[in-house]
Write a protein of this length. Structure first.
Length: 304
């Protein structure tokens, strides 16, 4: 027994998602997903803001294959804090088909960073969502960013749209590639052309080192499942304006969902709605994530 009981309102991930009608191109990457535990092997962090159910690497691989994907990018979940053992275990058992984004403390040593790199980590995540983390030390984050740059890593940032004005200058001083989770969580009740979302598009337009994940409609939608129609214009706008710098992921096993648990097959079927042209789908699902996470494999067949 692990001794961990999921939160009373925790929604378990979908056990029998539908088979998507959309077939991803060969080599497609689910570029945003997580593993939780299993808690008996990888205990959750004492400082966590939530206690989830288990969601193991083998269950993630099974979902990947079922949905028609080839690879995964696993993002360290906040329930594990900066203890990356569950993430590293998944990477080491992925046969090279997974890369990771870790959470690390500023005092991490260079040797520890190199060990994470060897396991397959290619980025660190800075979480600015106030309900999930405590206040972050900005000076320490800048110092950490400078230390990971020589490794070729990038930074993943998670924030909510209303927080962007106060964080904008800090973000634009980061020295690496920066990947924004879930389009910066826009308020989809507002217009794509409105001031709030246009500040985010300005961030992408004026800073070529910024990328965006067009993921998690289930977290953003006010219309609800399974079509999440109100999110489509926002995601499609980003894909069509910044096709070289977009990524997509399931967000499995969908931590902290309170309204409903999304069907992963339905999420896959949204892809052609936000990336209508096959060439956009290929960039979103294959070319972009391969360039960012497996550049050594991507360049080999194309460099001759």
């Amino acid at each position: 027994m692990s001794g961990f009981t999921p939160d009373a309102d925790w929604l378990h991930w979908q056990q029998a998602p539908r088979k998507p009608a959309y077939k991803p191109p060969p080599g497609a990457v689910d570029a945003h997903c997580h593993v939780f535990g299993p808690a008996r092997d990888f205990p959750f962090a004492p400082e966590r803001k939530y206690t989830p159910c288990d969601a193991s690497r083998d269950q993630l691989w099974a979902l990947r294959d079922y949905l028609g994907f080839s690879r995964n990018v696993i993002v360290q979940a906040t329930c594990h804090g900066s203890d990356n053992r569950a993430l590293v275990d998944a990477l080491e058992h992925s046969a090279g088909l997974a890369r990771g984004v870790a959470t690390v403390r500023p005092e991490i040593t260079d040797a520890e960073l190199r060990k994470l790199h060897q396991a397959g980590v290619r980025g660190v995540r800075f979480n600015f969502v106030k309900r999930l983390v405590d206040a972050l030390p900005f000076d320490s984050l800048h110092s950490l960013a400078a230390r990971i740059k020589p490794l070729g890593w990038h930074i993943v940032i998670y924030f909510e749209a209303q927080e962007l004005p106060e964080l904008y200058d800090f973000f634009t001083r980061l020295p690496t590639t920066v990947v924004v989770d879930h389009m910066g969580r826009p308020d989809v009740s507002k217009s794509v052309e409105g001031e709030e979302f246009q500040l985010f598009t300005r961030l992408l337009r004026e800073h070529g080192n910024f990328w965006s994940k067009v993921s998690c409609p289930e977290r953003l939608s006010l219309a609800g499942p399974d079509t999440y129609d109100d999110v489509v214009p926002f995601a499609r706008h980003i894909v069509e304006h910044f096709p070289e710098r977009v990524l997509w992921g399931t967000d499995w096993p969908h931590p902290n969902m309170k309204s409903h648990m999304p069907d992963d097959g339905a999420l896959v079927d949204m892809i052609p709605r936000i990336a209508p042209a096959p060439e956009l789908q290929y960039k979103l699902l294959v070319e972009n994530p391969m360039k960012l996470y497996w550049p050594e494999e991507w360049e080999a067949p194309h460099g001759a």
